[in-house]
Design a protein. Structure first.
Length: 289
């Protein structure tokens, strides 16, 4: 069977797969180059750049760049800070954003449409436009120990980003599609809204939870501007700020690529773990209009 132009259906299938492979290679090349080059010496990196093929092949294998990173900077301290801040922000954010989205999608209360419009508007506001006012605010916020500043702490990196507009919108998009009859039957049995949220809605929301986990983890893990503004000591600084120490100490691309590879691996593992639910969310409910 052929179409009007005489091409068989399998031709389009082969062509589409070829295009997708080309796009995949285009996006994966920088990652391959970074990881492969992190195992090369400085001289080998630049000599291999003269040939496109050798630039992406492991023509040399050494751990010197990684050894330098662990020896020269407190990598494990930076790593712990990034893991702690990212995990705390994401876990707290999943609870806050899903609860807010549930109240907007499943409960009735005044002006909730105005609140939803405000959340959508906030989602398009970049951090750079509000970073300075936020910095002034957190510099005067009190804490339980009597201090009057959040600067150079974990909390200043966690609490301002736990509630995230785009994550709330993703949850709302899924919750609004769940049949209202489920809630009504629960209300007839005397079930409270929180139990409906916890026992009924959440079990149906694994795909969007995976999506929000990946997107928010990427945003917090790769955050640079805000930690640079609010942290002063290595005891609370995350990995993206720690990599700048290599620029100050010794500007060598092998060391920088090794550090960048170490930063990238955890997010790759996270994406592999949640890939199935992430794809399911994007395909079905997560970005549905």
């Amino acid at each position: 069977m052929t179409d009007r132009l005489g091409f068989k259906p399998h031709f389009y299938r082969i062509a589409s797969h070829a295009v997708m492979i080309l796009f995949a290679l285009y996006f994966i090349f920088p990652l391959v180059f970074m990881i492969v080059s992190s195992f090369k010496s400085e001289q080998r990196i630049f000599s291999d750049l003269k040939t496109i093929v050798f630039a992406f092949l492991p023509t040399e294998f050494t751990f010197e760049n990684y050894a330098y990173v662990f020896h020269r900077v407190p990598f494990w301290r930076f790593f712990f800070n990034s893991v702690f801040v990212t995990a705390s922000t994401v876990i707290l954010g999943l609870f806050i954003n899903s609860m807010l989205a549930f109240s907007l999608a499943r409960l009735y209360w005044p002006v909730k449409k105005i609140v939803l419009s405000f959340i959508i508007a906030v989602a398009i506001v970049p951090l750079e436009t509000i970073a300075v006012p936020m910095l002034v605010l957190v510099n005067h916020l009190p804490w339980f120990d009597g201090s009057v500043s959040w600067l150079d702490t974990y909390r200043v990196q966690i609490f301002p980003f736990a509630a995230e507009a785009f994550s709330t919108f993703l949850f709302y998009q899924l919750f609004i599609g769940i049949p209202k009859e489920i809630d009504e039957s629960c209300y007839v049995d005397g079930v409270k809204p929180f139990r409906i949220y916890w026992n009924v809605t959440l079990p149906l929301s694994k795909p969007v939870f995976a999506t929000v986990t990946i997107l928010q983890s990427l945003a917090i893990w790769n955050s640079y501007l805000w930690p640079l503004m609010v942290t002063r000591t290595e005891s609370v600084r995350p990995l993206p700020i720690g990599i700048t120490a290599l620029y100050v100490l010794n500007m060598r691309w092998g060391h920088i690529l090794a550090f960048a590879s170490l930063i990238t691996f955890p997010m790759l593992i996270l994406f592999v773990l949640f890939q199935r639910w992430f794809v399911q969310s994007i395909a079905s409910a997560g970005l549905k209009g």
